[in-house]
Design a protein around this ligand. Structure first.
Ligand code: NDP
Length: 257
C-alpha cells in the first residue's frame, strides 16, 4: 500500500473501534493512536482492552484512550444510548466509527446450521452495528467530517458453501453501509464505506483455516494504511465504496476529485 500519512493525520479526531482488544481491531487502535487520534477502545473482554490501553500509553505523544467494555451479543438501544451520552459528555462529537468486532460462527452446511448460532452471529455482526450506528449518528453529525467503516469479507461479496450466517451477516453489513451512505450523502459530512481486510493473521482466520500456516498471511498492521486513509481527511469525498485491502492502492488524484 503506497499511502504514507503524516504522524498527525488524525489529530483532534475521536474514533471508536469495536473489537479493539485483539486482531485487526487492536492494530487499528494502535495505528489511530500513533496518528494522533483519541481512541475509544470498545470490546467484550476488559483485560484485552486494558492491554491495548497500556500499549497506547507507551507510544510517544499518544492521547490517552477511553475504555468502553461492551458485549455486542446482547446489545440493545438503551446500552447504546448510554454509550452515546458518555461520549457526548467527554468529547461532544465522534469523527470515526470502525465496526470491526465479529464472530465466525460454525462453518457448516445450511442443512445442519443451528438456528441459535445463526441468530448469535447476526446479532454480533449486524444487529449490534445497526443499533450502535443509530445511537451514535447525532455525534457523527456533530463532527466536521466523520467516517464510518463497516468491516466486510470476501464472503460478504460472494456467498460460498459452509460460510452460513457469517457470509449472510457480511452481505447484510454491505447493505447497511450502502443504505447509510445513500441516506447521509446529502448531509455531506458523514461518509460510510466497507472494507474487506482479506486473509489476515488473526485468531478468527486460524479458526476458519486451522491447517493454514499463519506465516503465509499478512499481519493486521500491514492493512493499516487503508484504515488510516478511510478515517482521515484524504477520504473526505469517498462514500459508499467497497474496499478490499489486498488490492488497494492510494491515488492522490482520485482523493482530490
Ligand atoms: P478476531 O477474532 O481476531 O477478533 C475479533 C474481535 O471482535 C475481538 O476483539 C473480540 O473481542 C471482538 N468480539 C467478538 N465478539 C464480541 C462481542 N460479543 N462483543 C464485543 N466484541 C466482540 O477477528 P479479526 O481481527 O480477524 O477480525 C476483525 C474483523 O475483520 C471482523 O469483522 C472479521 O469478520 C473481519 N475479517 C477478518 C479476516 C481475517 O482474515 N482475519 C478476513 C475478512 C474479514 P474479545 O477480545 O473480547 O474476544
Amino acid at each position: 500500500m503506497n499511502y504514507h500519512p503524516p504522524a498527525d493525520l488524525l489529530a483532534g479526531r475521536v474514533i471508536l473501534i469495536t473489537g479493539a482488544g485483539r486482531g485487526i481491531g487492536r492494530a487499528c487502535a494502535l495505528a489511530c493512536a500513533q496518528h494522533g487520534a483519541c481512541v475509544i477502545l470498545c470490546g467484550r473482554t476488559l483485560s484485552h482492552l486494558e492491554a491495548v490501553y497500556d500499549e497506547i500509553g507507551e507510544l510517544k505523544r499518544a492521547v490517552e484512550p477511553l475504555l468502553l467494555p461492551l458485549d455486542l451479543s446482547g446489545l440493545k438501544s438503551d446500552a447504546c444510548e448510554a454509550v452515546s451520552k458518555a461520549i457526548r459528555k467527554r468529547f461532544s462529537m465522534l469523527s470515526g466509527l470502525v465496526h470491526n468486532a465479529a464472530i465466525l460462527g460454525p462453518r457448516t452446511p445450511i442443512a445442519h446450521y443451528p438456528e441459535d448460532d445463526f441468530s448469535a452471529v447476526m446479532q454480533v455482526n449486524v444487529q449490534a452495528a445497526f443499533v450502535l450506528t443509530k445511537a451514535l449518528l447525532p455525534l457523527l453529525g456533530a463532527a466536521a467530517d466523520a467516517s464510518v467503516i463497516f468491516t466486510s469479507s470476501g464472503v460478504g461479496r460472494k456467498g460460498r458453501a459452509y460460510w452460513g450466517a457469517y457470509s449472510v451477516s457480511k452481505f447484510a453489513t454491505e447493505a447497511l453501509m450502502e443504505i447509510c451512505a445513500d441516506e447521509w450523502e446529502n448531509l455531506g459530512s458523514i461518509r460510510c464505506n466497507s472494507l474487506d481486510p482479506g486473509k489476515t493473521r488473526t485468531a478468527m482466520r486460524a479458526l476458519a483455516y486451522p491447517a493454514e500456516d499463519p506465516a503465509t498471511l499478512v499481519r493486521a498492521e500491514e492493512l493499516m494504511p487503508l484504515y488510516l486513509y478511510l478515517l482521515g481527511p484524504d477520504s473526505r469525498r469517498v462514500n459508499g465504496q467497497k474496499f478490499c485491502a489486498s488490492n488497494w492502492q492510494y491515488s492522490s488524484v482520485a482523493a482530490s476529485d
